[in-house]
Design a protein around this ligand. Structure first.
Ligand SMILES: C[S@@+](CC[C@H](N)C(=O)[O-])C[C@H]1O[C@@H](n2cnc3c(N)ncnc32)[C@H](O)[C@@H]1O
Length: 315
């Protein structure tokens, strides 16, 4: 499957898992694809449902895609904008990045959001306690070379085509509101922030919210797929065996890179959970037994936990 990459970047982007999620979704019947936590939208844009409701509590993400849908942002405008702003970035040896960041934090222009997302450090998305974008510059004043501008304008054009081909609705709202308006023919794909992983203005997550999410999904009677992590070298995600214990689970090994060094490759088992069968899924009970009996090399035994872990590249 050729993966379509969206123009906005984020550390929690599921590009590497999209094929897996799409293959599972294609086995299920549904009228509308719903994402309460759309993030960059990479999953929906690759599943390409005919009808979709895509929501997030981060207004900048929603505003960006609404602006494309309303043709306030076009690929031509993006090219013009990035060419003009890219020259200023180069001429000021990168200092201009901080001018754009201040401007964005006062008026939230979606083109500035795109500029920041593509020239900030490591393509991260992080907001401070006041909701201001606070990622530093990537330190490459020549960031917006022609090849990158062309790549971004193509990504914007592709988004427009996907949105126009289907019936897409983007909504800035909390997941509780999204869940309270579901129809039982919806397929709900959830990719919430991982508990305790990192906290920023639009992106924190607690055990209470995880419980509410579970209750909302169960009471909706919709089919759902939930992305989460199963285990890494140090610990297992115990919520899978408590809050989500009625689900089926499928797991997949994945490597996250922190920086470029081979030694910083962190293996993690990503999981998808669902209230219906997934490809190669087993019950969470069976997964628990496999881990406890060390029949699988997924993780060390659950009692060997390391409490203070840094998950620098995860969302
Ligand atoms: C793991 S990211 C989703 C990543 C997405 N699947 C992708 O591939 O780009 C989680 C998203 O949940 C959003 N979020 C956090 N808390 C939320 C809430 N209470 N309601 C709705 N969205 C929320 C964040 O803004 C973030 O975009």
């Amino acid at each position: 499957m050729k993966i379509f990459v969206p123009p906005i970047k984020s550390q929690g982007i599921k590009t590497k898992l999209v094929d897996w999620i799409s293959r599972n979704a294609s086995e299920m019947d549904f009228d509308r694809w719903v994402e309460p936590f759309m993030g960059t939208g990479v999953v929906a844009f690759n599943v390409r449902p005919k009808k979709a409701l895509l929501c997030d509590s981060n207004p900048h993400l929603i505003r960006f895609y609404q602006a494309i849908q309303e043709k306030e942002i076009t690929s031509g405008l993006v090219r013009q904008f990035l060419e003009k702003e890219g020259v200023k970035l180069l001429e000021t040896n990168g200092e201009y990045y901080y001018e754009v960041r201040n401007r964005f934090n006062s008026d939230g222009n979606p083109l500035d959001f795109l500029f920041l997302s593509r020239s900030c450090f490591n393509g991260m998305m992080r907001f401070n306690k006041k909701g201001g974008f606070n990622v530093p510059f990537c330190k490459k004043p020549n960031r917006f070379a022609q090849a990158l501008i062309t790549k971004i304008t193509n990504q914007v054009e592709n988004i427009l085509q996907i949105i126009e081909w289907g019936n897409f609705e983007f909504k800035h709202q909390d997941f509780r509101d999204t869940l309270s308006n579901l129809k039982n023919t919806d397929l709900v794909y959830c990719d919430p922030p991982y508990i305790g992983r990192h906290v920023d203005y639009f992106d924190s997550w607690s055990a209470e919210e995880e419980i509410l999410l579970n209750q909302g999904l169960v009471s909706s009677n919709c089919k759902f797929i939930l992305s989460t992590w199963l285990s890494n070298k140090y610990r297992t995600n115990d919520y899978i065996f408590s809050i989500w214990s009625d689900c089926n689970i499928a797991a997949k090994e994945h490597f996250y890179h922190v920086g470029g060094k081979e030694t910083n490759r962190n293996a993690v088992y990503e999981a998808i959970l669902s209230n219906v069968d997934l490809i190669n899924s087993i019950s969470t009970n069976e997964m628990y037994n496999r881990i406890e009996n060390e029949e699988s090399r997924l993780t060390q035994k659950t009692e060997k936990k390391v409490e203070q872990l840094e998950f620098q590249t995860w969302c």
